[in-house]
Design a protein around this ligand. Sequence first.
Ligand SMILES: Cc1cc2nc3c(=O)[nH]c(=O)nc-3n(C[C@H](O)[C@H](O)[C@H](O)COP(=O)(O)OP(=O)(O)OC[C@H]3O[C@@H](n4cnc5c(N)ncnc54)[C@H](O)[C@@H]3O)c2cc1C
Length: 403
Amino acid sequence: MKRPTILVLGAGYGGLTTIVNLQKLINTHEAEIILVNKNDYHYETTWLHEVGAGTISPDKARYPISKVINDNVTFVIANVENIDVNKKKVETSAGEFTYDYLVIGLGFEGETFGIPGLKEHALSLTNINTARQVREHIEYQFASWILDEVKDDSKLTIVVGGAGFTGIEFLGELGNRIPELCREFDIPQEKVRLLCVEAAPTVLPGFDPELVDYAQEQLRKKGVEFSIGTPIVEATAEGVKIKKDEGNTEFIKAGTVVWAAGVRGNALIESSGIESNRARIAVHEDMRAPGFDDVFIVGDCAFLLNEETGRPYPPTAQIAMQQGVIIAKNIKHIMNDEPTEGFVYDDKGAVCSLGQEDAIGTAFGRKFTGKPASALKKVVDDRALYLVGGVGLTLKKGKFKFI
Ligand SMILES: Cc1cc2nc3c(=O)[nH]c(=O)nc-3n(C[C@H](O)[C@H](O)[C@H](O)COP(=O)(O)OP(=O)(O)OC[C@H]3O[C@@H](n4cnc5c(N)ncnc54)[C@H](O)[C@@H]3O)c2cc1C
C-alpha cells in the first residue's frame, strides 16, 4: 500500500514544531513527510524587534532547518505559490505537490487596514529581511544626516505605528540602540525623536494596567514620546498624518516610519478554497479546516475561539507551538483510526521586553518587572529553542545574559 504523504508548508514556530513532533511519532515506513519553506533557515519571529533595532545581528535570530530535522523528513526549499485544497494540490517554485494530509503554517503579513501610503512608505518587522531593512534604513538616515550641509532633523525622527507587543518591544530596543548610534555617528542625542503613535486609547491592550504604566514610564525615560488615541490616517515619503481631537490632523515629518499595528494571515490562504477572514481560517478545535478533514492550519493563519473568554486566541508563537504539537498527534491519531484531540491552551503567561535589560510580564500567577522580567523573557526565548532543537540548539543560539 502507498504510504500517505504529509505536506507541511512553512517552517515558522507552528510548522517546525509540527515537523519535529511528526518526526518523533511517525517513521519513514508509515508516511512520507515533506516540509516546504522559502528559506533554508528558520528565523525567530519573536526576536525581529531586536534585529530591526540592531541590538542583535540577523544571524543570531536564525538557524539552518537542517539542524533540527532528521531523515524522516524531506525538506524542500521553495516558495509556495498557490494552494488548492479542492484539487489537493500545492504549487511551489520547485514544482507541484499533492498530499494526503496538509498542514498550512505560512505565518502572518502586516495588516495596513487600507490606510493610504502605508504599504508603500512604511517599513515593517515581518520577517528577517524586512527587519534587516529597518536596521539599515535607520543607520542610513543617521549616516546621511551627519553629511548634510543643511541639516533636516526630521531624518532622525522614528515613528512607530502601534503600541501593541511588537511596537513596544521595538521601542524598548531602540531605547538601547539610539544612544549607541548617536555615539557612533557623532550625533547629539537630543536631535533624535522616538514617537509611538497608537489609534486605540491604551498601550498594550490586554496587559495588566499596573504593568502598562511601568512600561510607559520606562520607555519615556528612554526618550519615547507617546501619541495615544491618534490614528495614522496617511503615510507619505515624508512622514505620517495623524488624526487628533475633533478631526484635526497633524503631519509628522519623519525619516523612518515602522508599521507595527496589526497582522493578518498569509494572503495565499485567500485563494486556497477554504473560507477565511483576513486570511485566517476558523478551525475546528482539533485544528482542522472546516469542510476539509485532511487540512490542518497552524499558527497565525488559524483563528480559534477561546470558549472560556469568548474571544479569539491571539496570534502568538506560544500558541503556534502548542498547536503544532496537537496537529502532529492528530495526524498520527487519524492514521491509526483513533479520535482526534482538541487544542487546549496551556497559558504560560506573557512577557513583553522593554529593551535588553527590562521587561514586564505575568507568569506563575505573579507580575514581574525590570531585570527579573527580562530574565524571564530570555528563559521564554531559550525554551522555544529547546522545544524545537534540544540542548544543542539552545546552547548555540540561546540568550544567557540574565543579569
Ligand atoms: C517583533 C515581534 C515580536 C513578537 N513577540 C512575541 C512574543 O514575545 N511572544 C509570542 O508568543 N509571540 C510573539 N510574536 C508573534 C509570533 O512571532 C507569531 O505569532 C508567530 O511567529 C506565528 O508563528 P507561525 O508559525 O504562524 O508563523 P511564522 O513564525 O511567521 O512562520 C511562517 C513561516 O512560513 C514561511 N513562509 C511564508 N510564506 C511562505 C511562502 N510563500 N512559501 C514558503 N514559505 C513561506 C516563512 O519564511 C516562515 O518560515 C511576535 C511577533 C513579532 C513580529
